[in-house]
Write a protein that binds this ligand. Structure first.
Ligand code: GUN
Length: 291
């Protein structure tokens, strides 16, 4: 059996198209142009790539993009002060501070300073709490994108066994919560989990979000399972030439493709969905802010 390849890139393009239509409607009917502020601190190369891509796609769907670049040695006070200025700026509907922050800066304080209604990352404890309580709020972009792909393929998730590998605040925890809210039976696995292959073998849905290249092997996968690979890891690729690298996920794609029913590739799977959901969240925040 060869797994169906879940085309996140195409799905995300469709979602961005819907966002662009909604942005056009907000402009025409309400004279509103949603604005997204993106703050990048320091010069981490991967973060620079992500942030440029977010800014480009924000403009492509017709929204305003406000870029803020701060040096790696910025003080916590200056960063917090910028966030407060953005909170008060009526043209800004969404605020994203790219993580990880350089050493010495307190990520949690930044998250808690962002206005709950502009928290398009969905990381603020109030939004996290709303998700647990099953109340409407802003939901973290990567898990939201994974849910869209899962529902598109599987429809109703109720009663399915889902394993989330990784318990981060950005992906693992909200992912488990969304699956629980969709009535799946959810296991959260992590570095202390005993016999991880056996746990994964029981799952109809596998979400891999650990940041370890190709850790999940093909023979861990239940035949026919749906595999969503959140990992984006850069590894050496000597076969492409000296000094060359390539991107791989947390799942051994070649091995898992022989067993799974469907699987997301890396790149072109979850990654594009994250940005599309960020844009969708910015529209949601704009609509909420304006009644
Ligand atoms: N770094 C990696 N993923 C994310 C994300 O979804 N949001 C932010 N702010 N930083 C990230």
């Amino acid at each position: 059996m060869v797994a169906e390849r879940i085309d996140g890139k195409a799905f995300a393009a469709g979602l961005r198209g819907q966002v662009a239509q909604e942005v056009a409607r907000l402009k025409e009917e309400h004279g509103l142009t949603p604005g997204l502020a993106v703050v990048l601190v320091g010069e981490d190369p991967a973060s620079q790539v992500y942030v440029r891509s977010k800014e480009k796609m924000t403009v492509e769907v017709g929204m305003n993009s406000y870029a803020h670049r701060l040096p790696a040695d910025v003080s916590q006070g200056e960063l917090i002060s910028l966030v407060r200025t953005l909170n008060a700026d009526r043209a800004v509907n969404g605020i994203l501070v790219q993580f990880p922050l350089p050493k010495g800066l307190d990520q949690q304080q930044v998250i808690e300073t962002i206005s709950v209604v502009k928290d398009v990352d969905g990381f603020h404890p109030q939004n996290a709490g709303r998700l647990v309580a099953g109340m409407p709020g802003l939901v973290p972009c990567t898990p939201l994108g994974c849910m869209m792909l899962l529902k598109d393929r599987l429809g109703d998730l109720s009663g399915l066994n889902a394993v989330v590998i990784g318990r981060s605040t950005i992906v693992g925890k909200p992912m488990a919560q969304l699956l629980t809210n969709a009535s799946a039976t959810v296991t959260v696995a992590h570095s202390r989990t005993k016999d991880l292959p056996e746990v994964v073998r029981r799952a109809d849905i596998v979400i891999a979000a650990v940041g370890r290249p190709e850790m999940v092997k093909g023979d861990w996968i239940k035949p026919g399972a749906t595999v969503i690979d959140v990992g984006i890891n850069r590894i050496d690729a000597p076969e492409k030439g000296e000094g060359k690298t390539r991107l791989v996920g947390d799942v051994d794609f070649a091995g898992a493709s022989q067993v799974a029913g469907a699987i997301t590739p890396v790149p072109g799977g979850v990654g594009p969905m994250t940005i599309a959901c960020l844009l969708a969240n910015t529209v949601t925040a704009t609509c909420k802010a304006n009644g």
